[in-house]
Write a protein that binds this ligand. Sequence first.
Ligand SMILES: NC(=O)c1ccc[n+]([C@@H]2O[C@H](COP(=O)([O-])OP(=O)(O)OC[C@H]3O[C@@H](n4cnc5c(N)ncnc54)[C@H](OP(=O)(O)O)[C@@H]3O)[C@@H](O)[C@H]2O)c1
Length: 347
Amino acid sequence: MIIHVLQLGVGNVGRALVGQILSERAELKSRRNLEIVFCGLFNVNTGAFSTAGLTADQINSFPDSAGHEDPATAIAQMPKPFVVVDATSSAATLPLLQSALRRGGAAVLANKKPLAGLQSDFDALMRAGKNRLYFETTVGAGLPIISTLRDLIITGDKIERMTGCFSGTLGYIFSEIEAGRPYSQAVSAAKAHGYTEPDPRDDLSGIDVMRKVIILARLTGRRLEPDTVTLEGIFPDSMAKLSVDEFMSKIPKLDEEFEARSCNAKAQGNVLRYTASVTPKSCVVKLEAVPKNSDIGSLNGPDNIVVIQTERYHDNPLIIKGPGAGANVTAAGVFADIIKAAEVLRD
Ligand SMILES: NC(=O)c1ccc[n+]([C@@H]2O[C@H](COP(=O)([O-])OP(=O)(O)OC[C@H]3O[C@@H](n4cnc5c(N)ncnc54)[C@H](OP(=O)(O)O)[C@@H]3O)[C@@H](O)[C@H]2O)c1
C-alpha cells in the first residue's frame, strides 16, 4: 500500500520526522507492505508539492529549493489515500486539516492549537475526522498518554482525576529552584539550554500547559472553552508587554517571592511543581506545593508525568512518566500515528 503524506511544518519536529521516515522507508515497505511517499512539504510561505511524490533531492534541500505552492490547493489535489501532518505551531492550519479530513484523508497533529481553541472547532474536527484524526504527541510528546486515556474511556472506565506536570521547561525551572537556584537564574539557564520558547513567557504563562489540559478534558467528554480553565502564570501581568530583553533583565525582582514560596514549601516537606489537573468539574493549571515524596514531587528536571485516577484505577492510579519533549521522541510519536492512520485507510 502507498500512503501519500503532505507535511505542514518542517522545523525541529518536522525535520526529525522527515529523517525518521526516510531512514525507515525500505524497512516499512518490506515488513509492512507500506510505502510512504512525501507529496508535499510546507513552511510559512514556502512549499514543495508534487502529486507524483517529491524527489529525494527536493526533500533533502527543503526549504532552500522550494517554491510558493499553496497548501490548500495541494490538499485538494492530494492522491488518495493520504495523511496531512501538522507539525507547525500555528492555529491557521485548522481549515487545512478540516478540508483534508472532508476529502477522506487522515490528519496527524503534533500541533495543539487546532484542538485547544473553540469547542466548536474541536467538535468540527472530531466530526470530520471520525477515526482518521490522530494527535498522540500533543500531550507528553512521545509518551502514550492520549492512547491510554482513549482506551480507558472506550472500555467503559470513568475518569475521576488526571493530575500531572506537562511542561518540561517548567519542570526544569522548578527542579533548579528546589536545588537552591534563584528564579531568574533558573529561567536564564532554561533559555540558554534551549528548553524555553524564544520568548520564555510563552512557557511561563502556562498557556501551553493549558492547551494540553483542554485536549485531555475534551477527550473525557468535557465541553469547555479556553477561558474557563483556571490558569496561574508565573510572572506578573505588568511584565507581559516588555520586550524579551527587558523581561529577562527585570526577572531578578521576582527571585525573593519564589525563594520564599520554595522555603515555605520545604519547611513542610513539600516542593513547588507546576501542575495541571482535570476532574469532571474543573480544569486547573497552577504552581503548587506538593509532598516531596509524592509521584509528582519526586519528578525531576524536564520529565513529564500524568497520574490518572479512574473507577478501575482508583486506589492505585495509573502513572505515565518520562521525557515529555524533544524533537526525536515527538517525531517518533507522529511517525507511529502516521502508520496507524495508514492502517485505518488501508481497511
Ligand atoms: N519540540 C518538541 O519537543 C515538541 C513536543 C511535542 C509537541 N510539539 C509541537 O510540535 C509542533 C512543532 O514544534 P517544533 O519544535 O518543530 O517547532 P518549530 O521548530 O518552531 O517548527 C515549526 C515549523 O512550522 C512552520 N509553520 C508555522 N506556521 C505554519 C503554517 N501556517 N503553515 C506551514 N508551516 C508553518 C514553521 O515554518 P517557518 O520556519 O517558515 O516559520 C516551522 O518550520 C508545535 O506545535 C509544538 O508545540 C513539539
